[in-house]
Design a binder for this molecule. Sequence first.
Ligand code: C5P
Length: 230
Amino acid sequence: PPIASQDAPHVVITAGPTREALDPVRYLSNHSSGKMGYALAAEAAAQGARVTLISGPVSLPTPPGVERIEVETALQMHATALRLAPEATVFIGCAAVADYRAESAAEHKLKKTDDRDTLTLTLVKNPDIIADVAALPSGQRPFVVGFAAETQDVERYAQDKLARKGLDMIVANDVSQQGLGFGSDDNAALLLWRTPQGNEQLSAPPQPKTQLAALIIHQTLAQLSLISSG
Ligand code: C5P
């Protein structure tokens, strides 16, 4: 590994979907496969980092040398992330966190009734995990890398998200492109990061997520001067 073990950074990564219970047998979720987050974890570990993966429910093996903490809900992921982030060197938010959860999960299975054809669920907003990590006071704040899945104006929305969430770097991809992103093995992305001279960017063409993960980890470690850039 390129990083000497005495200065191994601790990289904390969220990955996969979250699952928000509606009742004891049902939930709200999304199609995130976790592939990108797991590829990042594998790559960071291969580079010599200490890696903790905070994972929602996915069917992927834990990469070698990676510590995996399993969570289900956004609130659990949030609590775990905020417990680990103050000690971390890098925080990468790759999870597809559910934006909303049921205001209260029903204690018993929701019943279908004969007299009503509609069912109304009240949802409440989940906390923004990465924004809360990015808002930690300096000294407790890791280098924060976020993801943005967009269907149009990728660069503009990514610049806006970078600033609004207070991130150090953002990896934006166009999820409207066939065969890329969600569930797929390949991805293309625009990397944007802040420097004292202004934002810089790098456009990564379609490639396997494992290869893109190597590029993202490389760029992150270069920003932290843990490896030389180039
Ligand atoms: O706002 P949006 O969901 O597009 O932002 C995506 C980025 O924010 C990703 O890095 C994702 O992991 C993170 N996120 C989060 N907590 C949320 C929503 C998004 O950490 N509740």
